[in-house]
Design a protein around this ligand. Structure first.
Ligand SMILES: NC(=O)c1ccc[n+]([C@@H]2O[C@H](COP(=O)([O-])OP(=O)(O)OC[C@H]3O[C@@H](n4cnc5c(N)ncnc54)[C@H](OP(=O)(O)O)[C@@H]3O)[C@@H](O)[C@H]2O)c1
Length: 309
């Protein structure tokens, strides 16, 4: 997690500029100069962005370093996707050298058309395509995936929600999970899996959580009905059957996972080559393909509602 030491909490503004921000048209940023390991990352400065008519500028307080950032930085994409990745993000190095898709902070400037937000609002959200959140200031489309930080939640706490929360929400919706349906989550202790676990429990589904032995107790605390230690057993050999399997790991082949899927059940693979919702058998409800999470404000509101009310 990157936090910028501004010594303020949501709702209580105490501006305290960090030294290199004193030139007001510059900002501190974490720069990723080329593709590679963590050594390609350095701290530098960039022009401070100016909001367009429909944009807001967020003074960033905390931003997580996600598995997505690591994969982009190191060009770690599935077979055949590397070339596409380079075309999309820059051939030799990232076109936008600032990683980070999740932001929390305080709005410090708004574009002339923006009515929904005011300077001083404490907000959080996700900008999956734009990146650029590992910097002191981030421009965000005012209609994007952005929400007020719920009362009592710190900037760091809010920063932990959008990546896993929105991804889990997107994939669970794709699976059309209904209350009472049995869900198995492979990778239930990860960022996306732990969010899916809490969202599904809040929505009334009994959840079987697959994770390492040291995290079983935590998965139970989050609401799992059953837990499976992947170091001791293989969930595809369970006698149980599930309505939905949410796979965030990709370490079992589809055929094996279908063995523990009920007739009419849905398998939602989140990574690797298995990128669509697979129904079994053909009578399964039509499910939308779930390739990438598209972050939106409705999803963010849903995550907040289910986890904080
Ligand atoms: N398509 C999209 O839009 C999208 C969006 C976000 C993420 N993703 C992808 O989804 C994947 C998961 O992301 P994440 O942020 O949740 O990752 P993460 O936080 O690193 O979590 C990984 C999870 O996998 C578990 N795990 C590791 N080996 C396992 C095994 N052999 N069997 C079962 N579980 C195992 C870990 O369990 P322990 O910690 O208990 O060992 C942990 O719960 C990543 O590949 C990411 O790129 C895709």
């Amino acid at each position: 997690m990157l936090t910028i030491d501004r010594t303020i909490r949501p709702g209580r503004v105490q501006e305290k500029a960090i030294p290199s921000e004193s030139a007001c048209d510059r900002m501190v940023a974490v720069l990723c100069s080329q593709y590679g390991g963590p050594q390609v990352v350095s701290v530098g400065d960039l022009p401070r962005p100016v909001p367009g008519p429909d944009e807001i500028r967020v003074r960033v307080m905390a931003s997580p370093i996600t598995v997505g950032d690591r994969r982009i930085r190191s060009l770690d994409f599935p077979q055949g996707m590397k070339t596409l990745g380079r075309v999309a993000m820059g051939w030799r190095r990232l076109r936008n050298p600032v990683l980070g898709t999740v932001f929390t902070g305080q709005i410090d400037a708004v574009g002339k058309n923006v009515r929904a937000w005011r300077a001083g609002d404490a907000v959080f959200g996700r900008d999956g395509r734009g990146m650029g959140c590992h910097a002191a200031y981030k421009l965000v489309n005012s209609l994007g995936a952005i929400a007020p930080i719920p009362a009592g939640l710190s900037f760091e706490g809010a920063a932990a929600l959008p990546f896993g929360g929105l991804t889990a929400m997107h994939f669970l919706r794709s699976a059309q999970l209904r209350p009472g349906e049995r869900l198995l989550i492979n990778g239930a202790s990860g960022t996306c899996g732990a969010a899916a676990l809490q969202l599904a429990v809040a929505a009334g589904s009994p959840v079987t959580a697959v994770c390492s032995g040291r995290k079983l107790a935590w998965a139970r605390q989050l609401g799992a009905t059953n837990v499976v230690d992947y170091t001791a057993s293989n969930f595809t050999q369970l006698p149980d059957q599930f309505d939905v399997i949410f796979d965030t790991v990709g370490n079992h082949c589809v055929a094996d996972m279908l063995r523990v899927l009920k007739p009419g059940g849905r398998l939602v693979p989140q990574r690797g080559r298995q990128r669509a919702v697979v129904g079994q058998p053909a009578s399964a409800p039509a499910a939308r393909p779930a390739r990438h999470c598209r972050a939106d404000a409705a999803g963010l509101d849903g995550v907040v509602l289910l986890q904080f009310e």
